[in-house]
Design a protein around this ligand. Structure first.
Ligand SMILES: NC(=O)c1ccc[n+]([C@@H]2O[C@H](COP(=O)([O-])OP(=O)(O)OC[C@H]3O[C@@H](n4cnc5c(N)ncnc54)[C@H](O)[C@@H]3O)[C@@H](O)[C@H]2O)c1
Length: 334
């Protein structure tokens, strides 16, 4: 069961004696965002801050960001100049900002606006299931500092929540972001009652486009990241059970006549849909770079969402699908 790169956990308790009779350096943790996942993340973290004597929960220098992605720019603006110098961040947020100069990952937005290092945590993590302590896994993506990654792993890991770390922050974050677009496609398939083979095909094509897009954006993205919890496992759970799939199913059942805004308000009761806005953001990037034809699934999902195509178009592009082969470190099309 142990993931390939599971990091060791130091068992400490508040009653442990420090072997060198030194006061342990304590980290202080706060969670920014109180939605479904933010609340469950706070539960995981709280159990570990009690268990290990190296964490507090006030005057934070470890910041956990977990809000819908569209709010992060405003939240960062309000935090500028208010953080401790030794602050570290982790983003559990799936999505990206698209600016004129190109796509900006949420971890980059946090790092640049707040001037702090930012890791990411992504995985097959539907919050309701983790809330009732059903076993699942997650992946921490880090840039350079493995010690910090280990600290995040220690903060989140429980016997029912297994966390491993990989040195590929962009790969991990893009997996978590792009799978929501594929889940919208999977929801259309469900709404049209096309069956499991079709849904599996959409997931496979989607995974291929996720990998190609990620490698074109960042040549450092590793193939192995797609086999971690943040990759194929998150794709599967989101296409089977997530909110994006659910709303897209309702959209297709209604023949595209009820908007996603209306369905989101009615079905999610305050939660935010990420896949539709991510599909638009991905489309903007593809369109700007002249890559629309290379990503037929991502392109079609967006065009269905905005009513340009019927939901049935989700399976009407295969004959014209360009083939692309990926090599480590780059993407080549033929
Ligand atoms: N819910 C899950 O199962 C799950 C799992 C993994 C990752 N995620 C990701 O975690 C992030 C948060 O998802 P969630 O389900 O916890 O949130 P959610 O969809 O339940 O959103 C509600 C939360 O958003 C924040 N919010 C709402 N309006 C705001 C505003 N105007 N300004 C600032 N903040 C505002 C508040 O914290 C609120 O509680 C998303 O990026 C999501 O993709 C969610």
């Amino acid at each position: 069961m142990a993931p390939s790169q599971q990091l060791p956990l130091e068992e400490e308790t508040a009653s442990d004696n420090n072997t060198h009779n030194e006061v342990p350096i304590k980290s202080r943790v706060t969670v920014v965002g109180s939605g479904n996942w933010g609340s469950v993340a706070a539960k995981l973290i709280a159990s570990n801050t009690l268990k290990f004597n190296s964490f507090y929960v006030s005057e934070a220098n470890m910041l956990v960001f977990v809000t819908p992605h569209q709010f992060m720019e405003g939240i960062c603006k309000r935090l500028v100049g208010k953080l401790r110098e030794d602050a570290e961040a982790i983003s559990l947020i799936k999505g990206m900002e698209v600016k004129k100069e190109g796509p900006c990952m949420i971890s980059t937005l946090i790092s640049e606006q707040l001037g702090i290092n930012c890791c990411v945590l992504m995985g097959a993590n539907i919050a309701n299931e983790i809330a009732v302590e059903k076993f699942s896994e997650a992946t921490v993506g880090y840039r350079e500092n493995r010690e910090i990654a280990e600290k995040w792993v220690r903060l989140f890991s429980t016997p029912y929540f297994m966390v491993s770390a990989v040195q590929d922050v962009e790969g991990v974050e893009l997996c978590g972001t792009l799978k929501n677009v594929v889940a919208i496609g999977a929801g259309f398939v469900d709404g049209l009652e096309m069956g499991n083979n079709t849904k599996a095909a959409i997931m496979r094509i989607g995974l291929r486009e996720m990998k190609a897009f990620s490698k074109l954006m960042f040549s450092s993205v590793r193939d192995s990241t797609f086999f971690e919890s943040c990759g194929v496992a998150d794709l599967i759970t989101t296409c089977l059970g997530g909110r994006n799939r659910k709303c897209a199913e309702a959209f297709a059942r209604n023949g595209g006549k009820r908007s996603f805004d209306e369905l989101e308000a009615e079905m999610l009761q305050g939660q935010k849909l990420q896949g539709v806005s991510t599909a638009r953001e991905v489309y903007e990037v593809l369109s700007h770079r002249g890559w629309l034809e290379l990503f037929p699934l991502f392109t079609t999902v967006h065009e269905i969402c905005i009513g340009r195509l019927q939901p049935s178009a989700i399976v009407e592009y295969s004959e014209h699908t360009p083939k692309f082969s990926l090599v480590e470190g780059s993407a080549q099309f033929y």
